[in-house]
Write a protein that binds this ligand. Structure first.
Ligand SMILES: Cc1ncc(COP(=O)(O)O)c(C=O)c1O
Length: 394
């Protein structure tokens, strides 16, 4: 029987990159060090788990509010208003199953067939597949690059705008590049957005993972951007809660109402006791985040220094996120060849930069947050040996 789901064609042949090959080798008994997936190595902090357990014990097991737990929405609206200096009410927050559902709902709600969405390249491929799924057309605009640091290029963005352009997607701090865009860089994008009357989806899932005093600015906090921006975020990275699937969208209430029309048709609302855990995450001590970010920074420093010591590699210092994006073009092979070689030879899984678009070619994406320090050091020794031992096939 032929299924009539033409939407699925946008997903045809989509690969999850190195992850599948790494999983296959591991199943054959190889000791793979996983630096290809963006998954925190830490356990979820204890007080967050306890809150979810208590909720379960107290019978928080039934349907909840469609837009999410009231006190959680209150706490998120309050925190956003406090930290970013732009006011949102609790009914301008929608609790979702991660950024994944929040962004999917935004694309489904906002896009008509053929609407164009600008993404900055190197991009996060999962946004692109959602845009296509929702009937939109991805228009990929290369970022500017200075010394390995990627940043938005307002002139290129403006040149890509047509009468079908509906939305711009920003990821700040950037996966895969590790850049934390400055307020000035964001303002230059905001000027283009305002001039062409675009919507913005601002993915801020790495908001709290910022190093060396770099400050995160939410796009919605820029003058005039509050009412055209859907900010999507989650507990995924900063609280090591990727498996909990709790995220949120913050946007003007008319947008939130439209997003909710999508999410209520998918999951009604996210798991109620997981939301109680998330509430403890926002309202409790933030020391767990500070500790995790400190460990991330230590691991970042090892990865950056050791890549920079390998001839043919140059690694800019990530300002945020859990990713380094070393330029390996001096090695004389494509990024897919290098990534596959490292996986097969050194049993270290990293992602090929080409997975993030043509602009990513010549780079690797290396997640330094997904393994504890001794494994990161071991991975870097294996990488060094594989790349400098004179045995490379290119
Ligand atoms: C930029 C970006 N957005 C969204 C996600 C997915 O977030 P979630 O697990 O909260 O759905 C990730 C996960 O790696 C990401 O890197």
């Amino acid at each position: 029987m032929k299924w009539p789901a033409t939407r699925l064609e946008s997903q045809a042949g989509k690969s999850f990159g190195m992850f599948e090959t790494a999983a296959r080798l591991q199943a054959q008994g190889a000791d793979i060090i996983h630096l290809e997936v963006g998954r925190p190595s830490a356990d979820t902090p204890r007080h967050i788990k306890e809150a979810a357990k208590t909720a379960l014990d107290n019978g928080i097991v039934h349907y909840g509010e469609l837009n999410g737990l009231g006190p959680l929405r209150e706490a998120l609206a309050h925190r956003f208003s406090e930290t970013q200096g732009v006011h949102f009410d609790a009914d301008e927050v929608l609790i979702t199953n991660g950024v994944t559902q929040a962004s999917f709902a935004a694309f489904m709600a906002a896009l008509d067939e053929g609407d164009e969405v600008i993404v900055l390249e190197p991009f996060y491929p999962q946004h692109n597949s959602k845009i296509a799924f929702a009937g939109g057309r991805v228009v990929s605009v290369p970022m500017a690059q200075h010394d390995g640091r990627f940043s938005p290029d307002p002139a290129r963005i403006e040149a890509a705008i047509t009468e079908r352009t509906r939305m711009l997607v920003l990821i700040n701090p950037s996966n895969p590049c590790g850049t934390l865009f400055t307020r000035e860089e964001l303002q230059a994008v905001a000027d283009v957005v305002e001039k062409h009357d675009l919507l913005v989806l601002s993915d801020e899932v790495y908001e709290f993972i910022a190093f060396d005093g770099h400050q995160h600015t939410s796009f919605a906090a820029l003058p005039g951007m509050r009412d055209r921006t859907i900010t999507v975020n989650a507990f995924t990275k900063a609280y090591a809660m990727d498996g909990w699937r709790i995220g949120y969208a913050i946007a003007p209430r008319n947008f939130i109402a439209d997003l909710q029309r999508v999410t209520m048709n998918e999951t009604t609302h996210p798991c109620v006791f997981a939301q109680e855990g998330a509430l403890a995450a926002v309202t409790g001590s933030q020391d767990c985040v500070t500790d995790m970010v400190r460990e991330d920074r230590e691991r970042r420093d090892v990865v950056v220094a050791r890549f920079n010591a390998i001839p043919g590699c140059h690694c800019a210092t990530p300002e945020g996120t859990i990713y380094a994006f070393p330029n390996i073009s001096g090695l004389g092979a494509s990024s897919s060849e290098v990534a596959m070689y490292l996986l097969e030879r050194a049993h270290v899984a990293v992602e090929s930069g080409a997975f993030y678009g043509d602009t990513g070619e010549g780079h690797l994406r290396v997640c330094f947050g997904s393994e504890p320090m001794p494994r990161i050091e071991e991975a870097m020794s294996r990488i060094e040996q594989a790349l400098t031992g004179g045995n490379t096939p290119w």
